[in-house]
Ligand binder design. Structure first.
Ligand SMILES: Nc1nc2c(ncn2[C@@H]2O[C@H](COP(=O)(O)OP(=O)(O)OP(=O)(O)O)[C@@H](O)[C@H]2O)c(=O)[nH]1
Length: 698
């Protein structure tokens, strides 16, 4: 038997004992090896887990593979220790040959009976409240309306486990049993299918394994090669029935294909139908969707969470297979966060753009981006919007193309008005390390958080009109824009050009961080990055980090900037169509996403209208613009009226600086807004003004 505990990287670490692959007795099974595709092989030992052995995450794998105890050929050792609430078992394990093994060959004591009574994980109250509030807030429904909707959709209201949490809130250890493994020849090559059962949900989760996944391989530079992995949730409608409401079948196929092409990898197939709400409820949700609700609201109206999946089991399966470093094929940041929180290093994300976008599934993708933080590029090769109802074949790079994420500026490929590299259109690379705290890896909440107020008039103001904001935003096809900056009494935002200066006092800084947490994106100009090297994170309050976005016409973004090296979310850099392609590639390799848009001839910088439109198409609902001076000026003075709210902190200091907000001669002074609904609030020594800009014509 093998029992492996998975814990958060922040737990006390004991790598030598924790690694499932640090066994001296482990040796890779030869029938799973594809040496030709990986010339630089490091025979053993495989990379240790960066998570610790202590079972703080309370999860475990019991493996009953052919090499499990009881099988005389097993290369396997284990030691155990346990306490009342945690179990620690150090063990080693070798992936096995393709001999099929059934549960009957396993010592009965190792199997966890399907009927084992386990306390049910219940969503914490605040999560339930959040879900309920979200449903209410998004539709202005009272309970009667919800009930009547449910009745009209002929559904049963279900209050069990409504949760949006991605990780299991239960502190019970999760145990997996690898019950059987066998060879499955597929259209893509011969895979090993391993079947696991979990004591938490009594489901039969699977892993489709290709090649040797347990051995560490290195590239020519001696760097560790992550194992390509797809964590995939079951979709009966898409994968079995061929439904076009989603792209699940396509993703599964492409995952297997990609892995076979790479020579090794795993598709972890989780029995989490309907994002964990089950087939029955998913079908009910479809009926609600046909009444106009998006996929999230449909789930909430059913009394279920937007996404009830728990990816702990995926981490356990990977751990069981001796995989600690992965290249993850996904558009879903929650999967990355979940694996990272269980000690798996996610080196890189490979995005999966949908091949066919049509009236049947467009809203599904858009909702994923807007409300579930997905990173799907719903654009075709030519950068055409998918807003028409005709089927659009969006780009899907071949694995070979994916391996070289160069885009835009390439002489072979004509430039489109909008080009997104890194995520373009099928390739996204994002580097995330296990050193990052899972909670900080999240962020960039693409759903306008309308349910959680932080108690200031200002934030409440913004949240109150959320529904209206969404409407306006959709009309304008750009995110909701809040322009926010701090200035001295004499209107300076810096004492000296290019030198950072803290103008806001502590209390107004806290307010600013609250505002950051309320927005999906935070936008600054390249000069701010060069001068301040900012993190643009939420630090003074708890909340999600917004997605950092930098306007950088000439791609001057420093490769050593904190936004590339030290922050959980890598920047989205908006640049011109002609910016240097090799520079772009370098930035993309470091995890940035480069978005190319045309230049605005009036400013000779990237077009703000195009930039915002690009962000809208990616699914960003709101953005907070923080500076610096020229960016503030461009927004304030834009003929297309790009600001929805202005928040200015006025500090009681006189700077006689050189860089006040509108000290330059405005290029188009007619565009300057007037302000209405002006409110002031004092934060410590500062006064914060919040107002709604309007233009004479609006
Ligand atoms: N509740 C609900 N579930 C859906 C709907 N459409 C698809 N699903 C389920 O969504 C899940 C999709 O799983 P995955 O493709 O692995 O995951 P993902 O979150 O989309 O992330 P990536 O594909 O990795 O980017 C499956 O369990 C589907 O059954 C829907 O409209 N409502």
């Amino acid at each position: 038997m093998r029992l492996v505990t998975v814990s958060s990287p922040s737990s006390p670490s004991s790598p030598s004992s924790s690694s499932p692959s640090s066994s001296s007795s482990s040796s890779p099974s030869t029938d799973l090896v594809h040496p030709s595709s990986h010339p630089h092989r490091t025979p053993s030992p495989p990379q240790p887990f960066s998570g610790s052995i202590q079972a703080t995450a309370a999860a475990a794998v019991t493996s009953s593979s052919p090499l499990a105890p009881g099988n005389p050929t097993s290369a396997h050792t284990s030691t155990t220790s346990s306490s009342s609430d945690t179990t620690t078992l150090n063990t080693t394990f070798t992936p096995t040959t393709d001999t099929a093994t059934t549960a009957s060959s396993m010592p009965p004591a190792l199997a966890i009976p399907a009927t084992t009574a386990l306390p049910t994980a219940t969503a914490p109250d605040h999560v339930k409240e959040h879900s309920a509030h979200q449903a209410h807030d998004n539709h202005d429904h009272d309970h009667h309306l919800v009930d009547s909707l449910l009745a009209s959709a002929n559904v049963t209201k279900h209050n069990s486990t409504p949760s949006t949490a991605s990780t299991n809130s239960s502190s019970l250890p999760e145990k997996l049993v690898r019950e059987v493994q066998t060879r499955i020849p597929t259209d893509f090559g011969s895979f090993q299918l391993a079947l696991y059962s979990s004591n938490k949900d009594n489901k039969e989760h699977c892993a489709m394994i290709y090649g040797d996944v347990s051995t560490s391989l290195t590239n020519a530079n001696g760097e560790l090669e992550p194992v390509p992995v797809r964590v995939h949730s079951e979709c009966f409608t898409g994968e079995v029935m061929g439904s076009r409401r989603c792209d699940c079948a396509e993703q599964l196929r492409k995952g297997l294909q990609y892995i076979a092409n790479q020579g090794r990898g795993v598709v972890v197939f989780l029995r989490q139908e309907g994002r964990g709400i089950g087939l029955r409820n998913k079908l009910r949700a479809y009926n609600l969707q046909d009444q106009g609700y998006d996929t999230v609201d449909a789930n909430l109206l059913l009394g279920r969470g937007a996404d009830e999946r728990d990816f702990t089991v995926a981490a356990l399966i990977l751990q069981d297979l001796g995989i600690s470093h992965v290249r993850l094929l996904t558009n879903n940041p929650v999967k990355i966060e979940a694996l990272v929180s269980h000690g798996i290093t996610v080196h890189q994300r490979v995005g999966m753009a949908p091949e066919f976008v049509s009236g049947d599934n467009r809203d599904y993708f858009v909702t994923k981006n807007r409300r579930l933080r997905h990173l799907i590029d719903i654009v075709d090769h030519k950068g055409a919007s998918t807003s028409s109802d005709t089927t659009t074949n969006t780009a899907m790079a071949t694995p070979e193309e994916q391996a070289s994420p160069v885009n835009g500026g390439s002489p072979e490929r004509p430039l489109s008005p909008l080009q997104v590299s890194a995520s373009s259109p099928a390739v996204v690379t994002t580097t995330t390390t296990t050193t990052a705290d899972a909670s900080t890896v999240s962020g960039g909440n693409l759903h306008n958080s309308t349910s959680e107020s932080h108690g200031t008039k200002h934030t409440q103001d913004f949240l109150a009109g959320a529904k209206l904001q969404r409407m306006l935003r959709d009309q304008a096809e750009r995110p909701y824009v809040v322009l926010s900056y701090a200035q001295s009494l004499d209107g300076c935002i810096a004492a000296e050009k290019g030198k950072p200066l803290a103008i806001s006092g502590e209390a107004s800084l806290v307010m600013t961080h609250r505002l950051r947490a309320e927005h999906a994106g935070i936008l600054v100009g390249i000069n701010t990055v060069l001068a301040d090297n900012p993190s643009l994170t939420v630090r003074l309050v708890s909340g999600n980090n917004p997605q950092p976005i930098v306007l950088d016409t000439h791609l001057r973004f420093p490769l050593t900037a904190k936004l590339l090296t030290a922050t959980p979310l890598k920047p989205w850099i908006i640049t011109s169509l002609t910016a240097d392609a090799s520079r772009e590639q370098r930035l993309v390799e470091l995890g940035a996403r480069v978005i190319r848009v045309p230049i605005d001839p009036a400013t000779n910088s990237v077009s703000l209208v195009e930039a915002l439109h690009a962000l809208y198409r990616i699914g960003l609902p709101s953005v907070m613009v923080e500076g610096g001076a020229s960016v503030i000026r461009s927004f304030l003075n834009h003929p297309s009226h790009l600001i929805d709210r202005l928040v200015v902190t006025i500090a009681p200091v006189i700077l006689a600086g050189t860089h006040s907000t509108l000290d330059g001669k405005p290029q188009q002074p007619v565009a300057l807004p007037q302000l209405r609904n002006v409110k002031y609030e004092q934060f410590g020594r500062d006064v914060v003004l919040s107002a709604e800009p309007y233009w004479a014509s609006s």
